[in-house]
Write a protein that binds this ligand. Structure first.
Ligand code: FE
Length: 182
């Protein structure tokens, strides 16, 4: 099967599950995150990163209910590792850093934390809480930290029940075009 076919199958079979504690499915959440990326004129690589940023949740077994989480699932690492075998750093690195970007924004953007959903505040604790000064400096040394912060803001927006978006199949061409050839 093609890479686009593989990804389509992953979302079709596992993406129907709810996005922890939110009113959208995992697939809807990815499509909405991409929707907001497109609305801001994101480049194609970042648009694809937005679409696939939570694929790590679909590759691993994580509990259905948020209350069952005792450990952070490290979904960003799982997803980024899978994506790194198939796409360039401009796609997998913002995915790897999107949780760190939430911790970064909690420290650097007054009011950001207050806008987070209840579920997102709950996972923040498991993810290490707001960043401290040495971590901020380290984060800003990452080549794709700015892209990760942009992705994070779309991620936070992509939780709107019933929002109309393009369907997943509209992205299959983009996936094939950006897939690594080596
Ligand atoms: Fe997300």
């Amino acid at each position: 099967m093609s890479l686009a076919g593989d990804i389509f199958a992953i979302y079709e079979t596992r993406g129907v599950q709810g996005y922890f504690g939110e009113h959208v499915s995992m697939t809807e959440h990815g499509l909405q995150t991409a929707h907001f990326a497109r609305a801001e004129g994101a480049p194609d690589t970042l648009l694809l990163a937005a679409l696939l940023h939570d694929i790590g949740y679909l590759l691993e077994n994580v509990p259905d209910a948020l209350e069952d989480w005792t450990l952070d699932a490290c979904h960003e690492e799982i997803g980024a590792r899978w994506l790194a075998e198939r796409f360039d750093a401009s796609i997998c690195e913002p995915v790897r850093l999107h949780v760190a970007a939430k911790r970064y924004l909690c420290t650097t953007d007054a009011g950001y934390r207050a806008r987070l959903s209840a579920a997102s505040v709950r996972t923040l604790e498991l993810q290490g809480g707001a960043m401290r000064a040495p971590e901020l400096t380290q984060f800003e040394r990452e080549p794709f930290w700015r892209e990760a912060v942009r992705l994070r803001r779309w991620d936070d927006q992509g939780k709107v029940a019933g929002l109309a978006t393009r369907p997943l199949r509209d992205y299959l061409g983009l996936i094939e075009r950006l897939a690594r050839r080596d």
